[in-house]
Write a protein that binds this ligand. Sequence first.
Ligand code: NAP
Length: 306
Amino acid sequence: MPEVGDGEFLVQLEEFSMDPAMRGWMNESPAAAAAVELGSAMRATGAGTVVESRNSTFPVNTQVVGMFNAQTYAVSDGTGVTVVDPALGSASMYLGLLGLSGLTAYFGLIVHANPRAGDTVVVSAAAGAVGSIVGQLAALSGCHTIGIAGGSEKCARVTAELGYDLAVDYKSGDFAADLAAACATGIDLYFDNVGGEVLNAALGNIAVNGHVVLCGGISQYNATTRPPGPSNYMNLLVRRARMSGVVVSDYSSEYQRARVQLAQWVKQGKLVAPQTRVSGGLAEFPSVFAMLFSGENFGKLLLALD
Ligand code: NAP
C-alpha cells in the first residue's frame, strides 16, 4: 500500500472505464499519448472512494473519478480528479455519459459539428459509448439519424432503445449498398468512430457541403500496417465536403457546463445512457477490454470490481 503524503489522498477503486484509446497506448509509438511502459499499471480511468486523506479538498468518503490506472488502490494529489456530484449522476455515469464518452459526443456533435435540423446524420459504432449518445443528441437537434452497428440484433436495439430513425448492419455482407439505400439524399454529417471500409462507404454517400467528423478509427487499432487511404476521398472535392478531427480534451474547460446539460436531459427523459457493466477482478481487465473489439458492449463498457 503506498504512503499518503502531505496534500495527497488514497482512493479505493471500484469501477473502470474501458476505452478503445487504451489500445493505442499499448503501441510503442502511440498516436495521441505516451506509451504505457511495460511492467507499469495500465493507464485507465477509474471511479472510487477516498479512504484516507491528507488533502482537505478530498476528504474521506468522497467519491472521485480520475486516471487512477488499473489497480485496486491509488494515491493522488487531486490533479485531474473530478468529485462525483450525486445530483448529476452516479460514479458509473461519471465514467460514461458524464465522462469522456458523453463529453466526446456532446462536444463532437453539438459544438464541433453543429448540425442543422433536418440534416441526415450517420454515426458509426452507433451502439457504443460515444455513438449511443451522438445519435440521441442529433435527434434532439432535429436531425434524421442513421446508426451503423454490427449484427441485426444490435441494429434492432439501436432503433428501439437509442431512437435512431434507421440502423444499418455493417456485417450484413452488402453494407455499401445497404448504406446507400438508407441515405438516398446523401449524408450531411458522418460522425466516424471506426474508420476503414465503413468510413469509405460513408464518403461514397457524402452530400454536397457534407461534413465528416473523425472521432475515432477502432477498425484500425489492431492493424500492424498503415491502412490504405479511403478510395472514395475524391467525393470530398466533387461534393464540396470536408473532413475534420475532434479531440475531446480541447474542451476540458467546458466539461462541467456539458455535464450539467447532459444530466438535465437524462432527468427530463430526453436521453438514455446505456451501460454494459461487467463484474470481476482486475484479472478480468484484459478480457473485458477485448469486448470493445468483438462488439460485445451496448453503450458504455465498465468493469466493476467485485
Ligand atoms: P464503443 O463504441 O463503446 O466500443 C467500440 C465499438 O466499436 C464496439 O462496440 C463495436 O461495435 C465497434 N467495433 C469494434 N471493432 C470494429 C471494427 N473492426 N469495425 C467496425 N466497428 C467496430 O467505444 P467508445 O469508447 O464509444 O469509442 C468509440 C470511438 O470513439 C473509438 O474509436 C474511440 O477511440 C473514439 N473516441 C475518441 C475521442 C476523441 O476525443 N476523439 C474520445 C473518446 C473516444 P459493433 O458491435 O457495432 O461492431
